[in-house]
Ligand binder design. Structure first.
Ligand code: B12
Length: 217
């Protein structure tokens, strides 16, 4: 089998909501040396998004999305050791999902990828109010605050977080935002320093770019 077939099988197991098969297929792909970032992007994320689309089209219930999300979490744990490098001082990032938003699958993937890229990541979870981003950035003397959001209605709170971070004299962190409701234009409008892109691999590249801007300043 080539890489694409392994990835297709992973995606299909998730679409079928078959957790056991998903774990077997994920492990098989890892054993065969399939690139773990492709497993995440083209296998697991792609499968979950298909289940999500079926829910949106009312072909599935929300409980199916939850089952898929849980199975994906278990498969992610298998992939994680193949990605994570030791933190080698690339920089410190405080990462969370904004208040009102409980979606954490994308955030967790971003955390995984950032850690694998050498960043020290403090994951402050979901439903995080603007103030806590600022406090944690201050405590950690973070280089970057990374904010995830999936719900458009939460954009105002992200904007508030940006204002508070920019207004805090003792916080030097730059702000990276990501999630489907965000774009370059939206990021600029709400006062963030950078839109981090639409997937975890781009998020890592963006974090590196933002860090070099910070260090060059
Ligand atoms: C899974 C899911 C759920 C799960 C969440 C499980 C979990 N633990 O996260 C459950 C079933 C619980 C759920 C609940 C709800 N959901 Co929901 N959900 C989804 C779904 C299907 C997929 C989201 C997902 O996980 N995608 C896969 C990940 C890998 O992708 P991602 O999140 O986009 O993340 C990637 C990038 O965006 C980027 N990224 C993400 N964060 C960051 C951060 C930074 C800094 C960077 C750089 C990059 C980055 O990298 C990530 C990795 O590749 C989407 C539909 C869709 N197609 O997106 C709806 C969706 C997000 N949900 C939606 C809604 C409305 C809800 C509910 C209100 C439904 C309800 N009526 O109860 C609740 C809200 C609960 C709440 N308060 O948050 C809407 C949001 C609409 C909007 N634009 O505001 C969507 C778009 C569905 C829709 N079209 O209606 N949901």
């Amino acid at each position: 089998m080539d890489e694409r077939q392994y990835l297709e099988r992973i995606k299909q197991a998730l679409v079928d909501l078959n957790r056991d098969r998903l774990l077997v297929e994920t492990q098989a792909a890892l054993d065969e040396g399939v690139d773990p970032t492709r497993i995440i992007k083209e296998g697991l994320s792609a499968g979950l998004l298909l289940v999500g689309d079926q829910w949106i089209r009312k072909e599935r219930f929300i409980s199916h999305v939850l089952v898929a999300a849980k199975a994906m979490g278990a498969a992610q744990e298998l992939v994680e050791p193949h990605l994570a490098g030791d933190s080698w001082g690339a920089g410190k990032i405080v990462l969370g999902t904004i208040k009102g938003d409980l979606h954490d699958i994308g955030k967790n993937l971003v955390a995984l990828m950032l850690r694998s890229g050498g960043f020290e990541v403090t994951d402050i979870g979901v439903d995080v109010p603007a103030e806590r981003f600022v406090e944690t950035a201050r405590e950690q003397d973070a280089d970057i605050v990374a904010i995830s959001l999936l719900m458009s209605v939460c954009l105002d709170e992200v904007e508030r977080a940006c204002e508070l971070i920019k207004g805090a004299q003792d916080v030097r962190a730059r702000i990276l935002v990501g999630g489907p409701p965000v774009s370059d234009a939206v990021a600029r409008e709400i006062g963030a320093d950078m839109y981090g892109g639409f997937d975890a691999v781009t998020a890592l590249e963006s974090a590196r770019r933002l860090l070099s801007q910070l260090r060059a300043a």
